[in-house]
Design a binder for this molecule. Structure first.
Ligand code: ADP
Ligand code: MG
Length: 479
């Protein structure tokens, strides 16, 4: 029932609630009125009965002879209305002092009854309300019992009419509430309809479209503001995606153009085997470049889809850093540069090794690329509360704040032209991959450039007690 109500339109819901509230109000008021009315009618009837009893008791008490009894009978005749709504009986052992029709039936019915009550006579449609009074003997007259009865028919009819009127009125009011409520709800919900219409009209390609907030009631204004915020964020994401597509096309175009150009030149005239070999070698380099870009993009796409680092192992970070640096030994020697590891070198972290090395390699490549020959590069390991930061620090020219903020953007390069031959250089995805690796480890990235030093780093979680290093597992095996 509640589920059904929840799926109803707001109008339907409001109207149903209005109607239920009306019905409940009427039920309570009606019940109270009914009880009060019933009570009043009974009181009124009893009063009438009482008046008659008092009046007749007075006469009967003074009637001690058949003569005077005749007058009492006449009085009771007069008091009995033609419709029989008031009736009198006098029960007596002496037949001369009796009064009323069907005495035998009354007598059996009232044998044990002395006060007021209700009796059902076969001759009457509705029960009779009675009041009884015993009157002691006087002169010739023995003790008698006076019974005054009043027909409850009119009373019951009144109550019935009242009930019908009450139910009728409730239903009519409920109907009116449903109709008026529907109208009110429709009018009240018109802004919502307008909002839906506006929302339906929004098109993905039209920029700067927003829901109009100014004419909305407060309840909907908040929603519209939130909705507009969501559209804004979607728009940003959409723009970024478009820019990314353009960048991808641009990045792929250069190596492709080189390949095509080189091949065309090669085909322009007959070539010796040595020449062809050289051309193929250069083509291979371009193809390798293409493969690198595509691999990086696939990696970023997987990270975008929410892929996280799996196969986490507990690792002393400094060891992992050392192994990664070894990979650049030749290059560093050529440049006369050196890399040292500083900070909390004993720190253990939970990492996926391949991912960690990939991120650190990118940072080292950048540091090597951007430092002068003979530079001292430092890998800093700083332990935090729940994570550990690995940053590569190299001496270099300061990077403007506006660039620092965007370093981790895809394809972003401060100076795209600055590629020094013989040193590693990328295509602007290196730091984006560092950021993706950090995200896959629930970490984050940071970059700073101050005092002639550039620091770029990322964080990974500290070793958790639930991740066991494979080495330790092996050492547990006996033998
Ligand atoms: N250590 C650094 N010193 C100065 N600039 C850097 C450093 N690391 C990165 N950058 C800047 O950030 C840009 C983005 O780096 P990255 O994403 O690795 O792309 P790429 O190395 O392919 O250019 C680089 O082009 C460079 O301008
Ligand atoms: Mg790079």
């Amino acid at each position: 029932m509640i589920r059904r109500l929840a799926r109803l339109s707001i109008t339907g819901r409001l109207v149903a609630m209005f109607a239920a509230a009306t019905l409940a109000t009427f039920a309570v008021i009606g019940a109270v009125l009914y009880v009060v009315m019933q009570h009043e009618l009974v009181r009124h009837e009893d009063e009438e009965l009482n008046t008659n009893v008092q009046n007749l008791t007075y006469s009967i008490e003074r009637a001690g002879t058949t003569d005077r009894w005749g007058r009492v009978q006449a009085k009771m005749d007069t008091l009995t209305p033609p419709d029989g709504s008031i009736r009198f009986w006098v029960l007596s052992d002496d037949p001369r002092f009796q009064y009323g029709k069907g005495l035998a039936a009354i007598e059996t019915m009232l044998r044990n009854d002395d006060g007021s009550g209700t009796i059902a006579l076969p001759s009457a449609a509705a029960p009779l309300r009675t009041m009884t009074r015993d009157i002691s003997a006087f002169q010739d007259r023995p003790a008698v019992r006076l019974i005054v009865a009043s027909d409850t028919g009119p009373y019951l009819r009144t109550m019935r009419v009242f009930l019908v009127a009450l139910v009728g009125l409730s239903l009519a009011t409920m109907l009116a509430v449903v109709l008026v409520g529907t109208w009110i709800a429709r009018v009240g919900l018109r802004p919502l309809e307008r909002l839906s219409r506006e929302a339906r009209a929004l098109r993905p390609k039209t920029p700067a479209q927003r829901l109009q907030v100014s004419h909305l009631p407060v309840e909907l204004a908040d929603f519209a503001v939130a909705f507009n915020g969501a559209i804004g964020r979607l728009e940003d994401a959409y723009r970024q995606l478009e820019a990314f597509n353009a960048d991808v096309a641009h990045e792929l175009r250069t190596p492709l153009a080189n390949l095509i150009g080189g091949t065309q030149v090669a085909l322009a005239r007959p070539r010796s085997a040595a020449e062809l070999n050289e051309i193929l070698q250069s083509n291979l380099e371009e193809l390798e470049q293409l493969r690198l870009i595509i691999n990086d993009m696939l990696f970023l796409a997987r990270a975008d889809q929410g892929e996280v680092a799996t196969g986490l192992v507990r690792t002393v970070l400094a060891d992992e850093v050392r192994k990664t640096i070894d990979f650049y030994e030749v290059l560093l020697d050529d440049l006369g540069a050196a890399v040292s590891i500083e900070g909390d070198v004993d720190t253990e972290a939970s990492i996926e090794r391949a991912l960690f090395r990939r991120a650190l390699s990118n940072l080292l490549q950048n540091a090597i690329e951007h430092s002068a020959p003979g530079a001292r590069i430092v890998v800093e390991i700083r332990r935090g509360e729940s994570d550990v930061w690995v940053s590569v620090v190299n001496p270099g020219e300061p990077i403007a704040e506006s660039h620092v903020r965007r370093l981790f953007d895809r394809f972003y390069r401060v100076d795209a032209a600055r590629n020094v031959p013989g040193r590693p250089h990328g295509h602007g995805l290196g730091l984006a991959i560092v950021k993706a690796v950090a995200t896959m480890h629930s970490g984050s990235v940071a970059a700073a450039s101050a005092g002639g030093r550039t620091t770029i780093g990322f964080s990974v979680p500290l070793a958790s007690p639930f991740v066991v290093a494979p080495a330790r597992v092996r050492s547990d095996v006996p033998g």
